[in-house]
Design a binder for this molecule. Structure first.
Ligand code: CA
Length: 386
């Protein structure tokens, strides 16, 4: 009789061994060899630490300045430039086969594992078994566990060497098992897809994943731009317009030059409000977000790639004096906006699209710069103290 993970038979919750047994038959019916399923799952351990990491909620949001400065700094740029030269031949081959330019490949590598310095030390089969037997995201991690067993089955890695992050991201570019199964490739021709020990496999796989996500080799990720005075920040709401349309609104590149005459659409991203840098996000920006659904991440990849390719720092660096808001601060902002008739939905302490849109409307109606960012003036006007 099948049961949901963690579900009760009467008053009896499913034990870890019972869950493992259930996962084993599920893996076998998904096509994993019974030998691998039995052997690997028999030695899987319940890791309480993984559950604690999964439950961990940061108290404060990360500001864009803090996020970017930690990920794109002089040391990382210098190392990225050296590695670009050192692995030029391999990276050029990846570019020829996938269309993804070398600096982006190195940037992903840098952001994911500090260029292979840290892959994560958790035993992936045990981590994933633990999460698959936990109620919170059981189905997602069951799928990941089965994919991990299939990777072991194909002989890409020995089970005891399958290490990664607590959530199961693996190797130089931290692929989750399902991404590994669908997109990893053998870059060095030894018949295995080894994202831990083979840099050619890892780089070719990164390029292949980005190509599968729709990378357009003819264009950049986007670029930093300058906005004219009195700019209508409500346009930074995700809408996509042609570069010509942005140009007509007075948007220039970061040096004040006309935007290139390229037949593409872009959206405007203002990650730290109107006092911070502005970016036009091209199609490849969405591709990067297919790898990791975070605008901060996508900007960090793009900017690091630019720096590795020789560009300088941002013309307009993110302001470092913006407060890191706590969940309670965001709850208070959401409550205050709801009270004033600007609907943020059910207050949840998370700065999502509904909250940004409500802030934008509030700013607009109160004669403030409608950047959707809760800066000092918004906090004061809403009477929210940090
Ligand atoms: Ca290989």
């Amino acid at each position: 009789m099948a049961s949901l993970p963690g579900a009760a038979f009467g008053d009896e919750p499913e034990s870890f061994p019972q869950c493992i047994e259930r996962l084993e038959s599920r893996a076998i019916s998904a096509g994993v060899s019974s030998e691998t399923a039995t052997e690997v799952l028999a030695s899987a351990e319940y890791l309480q630490q993984v559950i604690e990491l999964d439950r961990r909620q940061p108290e404060f949001t990360t500001t864009f300045a803090d996020y970017l400065n930690r990920r794109v700094n002089e040391q990382r740029v210098t190392e990225g430039r050296e590695l670009l030269e050192e692995h030029r031949e391999l990276l050029d081959r990846v570019t020829r086969e996938t269309g993804v330019p070398a600096p982006y490949l190195v940037a992903f590598w840098g952001l994911e594992t500090n260029f292979g310095a840290y892959f994560g030390k958790m035993p992936v089969p045990s981590s994933l078994a633990t999460l698959a037997c936990d109620q919170r995201r059981s189905e997602f991690f069951t799928e990941q566990l089965i994919a991990a067993l299939q990777i072991i089955d194909e002989g890409s890695i020995a089970p005891e060497q399958m290490e990664g992050s607590w959530a199961g991201a693996m190797g130089h570019v931290q692929f989750m098992p399902t991404v590994f199964l669908r997109h990893a490739v053998d870059g060095d021709g030894d018949g295995k897809r080894d994202l831990w020990n083979s840099l050619p496999d890892a780089m070719m796989s990164a390029g292949n994943f980005l190509e599968d996500l729709g990378w357009d080799g003819d264009y950049r990720w986007g670029r930093e731009v300058l906005l004219p005075d009195e700019f209508d920040y409500e346009l930074a709401d995700g809408r996509r317009m042609t570069l010509e349309e942005w140009r007509e609104l007075g948007v220039t590149d970061a040096f004040g030059n006309d935007l290139a005459d390229e037949p593409i659409k872009a959206s405007l991203v203002v990650p730290a409000g109107h006092r911070g840098p502005a970016f036009l996000a091209y199609g490849n920006f969405g591709v990067i977000m297919g790898w990791n659904r975070s605008e901060f991440y996508a900007i960090a990849v793009g900017h690091l790639a630019d720096r590795i390719a020789g560009a300088g720092k941002l013309q307009n660096p993110p302001p470092e004096d913006l407060p890191a808001l706590s969940r309670d601060n965001i709850l208070a902002i959401q409550q205050a906006l709801n009270d004033e008739g600007f609907d943020t939905g059910e207050p949840d302490g998370i700065m999502g699209p509904n909250t940004r849109s409500a802030i934008r409307s509030y700013q607009s109606e109160n004669g403030l710069v409608a950047d959707g960012y809760p800066g000092d003036t918004v906090l004061e006007a809403l009477d929210v103290t940090l």
